[in-house]
Design a binder for this molecule. Structure first.
Ligand code: KG4
Ligand code: ZN
Length: 348
């Protein structure tokens, strides 16, 4: 249990709800202190090698009430004690978002408490405040998840400005797609990370797509893996994977990590910022944490990463983002809707 510094909001009790993709999550913050964080991950998608939107929304519909009840129970509070509800409003899968947003609106209306719709990436950025030392601002933040790869600056008052983003696949998507090509389970990132630990990162030289500025492209490396294995017939490929699966995972991961790091280092040089945050599901990657950490420290900076349990999608970060907005006196009308392509509130 720790205090994520959610302002001086005494007697506040905020429920956070996250259903943007395939994790059903609820968390409770009491007076700015995280009291519970429950995550129910959907295993329905494993046989399909990716998230099936229809299955995801149906599973949220089944799991959300028990997950919220578990979060309230673990926090030792009743629904009537809540003073605010925060819910992920977007971006994400429309059906999944709608389950969370509809539930949050009904609960807020029933209890007569304020509602806040949170941008999913604001939640990931605020996950840096969940424990550990909060990053000094201004800071650079690398957001790497299954749906997004973005580099932004966050200034002293918390305003975000986008520096660059992926032009095609997100980094997590590249991990998941390459894992599917290699016949590994979904989500592929953690599986590749684990296998890569005993592989040789120099075994195969995957191409590193490097763009000017701060943008990325990850579609080339996925195609490269496809062509590399496609040049072999089925028995030869099976024998090759039997012998070199770990080496391929390590080589692929090394190339993605190299690509991710380059614009961050460039931005450190050009902005002079020394504080760097790494958030989103891919921030759990052990090689990325280690290599980016060394690169940042070599330039006199410090890398901030959330605790592993707050790297992947969770509702603690949504409760915290919502709590920060409520503390500033903000709230949203009950007429808000789920927004699958919700834009971020960015400085021009
Ligand atoms: O943030 P997140 O939980 O959900 C989205 O907002 O997309 O990120 C999920 C992504 C998946 O693509 C998953 O494969 C990736 O994060 N991921 C990882 C690792 N753990 C999760 N990628 C690389 N290495 C990991 N250890
Ligand atoms: Zn996420």
């Amino acid at each position: 249990m720790f205090s994520p510094n959610c302002g001086n909001d005494e007697n506040s009790c905020v429920l956070g709800i996250e259903t943007s993709c395939d994790d059903t999550a609820a968390a409770v913050l009491v007076d700015g202190v995280l009291r519970s964080s429950i995550i129910s991950s959907q295993s329905e998608h494993i046989p399909f090698g990716g998230v099936v939107p229809e299955l995801a929304s149906r599973a949220h519909d089944r799991h959300l009430v028990p997950v919220v009840e578990a979060a309230l129970h673990e926090a030792g509070i009743q629904a009537g004690d809540l003073t605010g509800i925060a819910v992920t409003r977007g971006p994400g899968l429309i059906g999944s978002l709608m389950v969370g947003v509809s539930f949050a609106k009904s609960l807020a209306a029933g209890l007569g408490v304020p509602l806040v719709g949170v941008h999913h990436l604001d939640g990931h950025i605020d996950s840096l405040l969940l424990g550990g030392t909060p990053p000094e601002r201004p800071t650079l933040v690398l957001v790497v998840s299954g749906g997004h790869t973005q580099l932004m600056t966050v200034n002293a008052s918390g305003e975000r400005q986008l520096l660059g983003k992926t032009r095609d696949d997100a980094a997590g998507e590249a991990f998941d797609k390459v894992a599917a090509i290699l016949g590994l389970d979904y989500p592929g990132g953690p599986v590749i990370d684990r296998l890569a630990m005993t592989g040789n990162p120099s075994f195969h030289a995957f191409p590193r797509t490097r763009l000017a500025g701060y943008d990325w492209s990850f579609s080339g490396i996925k195609t490269s893996m496809l062509y590399h294995l496609g040049s072999m017939d089925a028995p030869a490929r099976a024998a090759y994977l039997e012998k070199h699966l770990q080496d391929l995972c390590a080589s692929f991961q090394e190339a993605v990590v190299d690509m991710l790091i380059t614009p961050v280092v460039r931005a450190m040089k050009q902005t002079g910022f020394r504080s760097v945050g790494l958030v989103g599901g891919v921030s759990a990657n052990s090689r990325l944490r280690a290599r980016l950490g060394s690169e940042v420290e070599a330039r006199g900076g410090h890398l901030h990463v959330p605790e592993l349990s707050y790297s992947m999608d969770n509702a603690a970060m949504i409760a915290l983002s919502g709590c920060l907005r409520l503390t500033r006196g903000e709230q949203d009308p009950l007429s808000i809707t789920a927004q699958p392509s919700l834009p971020m509130d960015l400085r021009p």
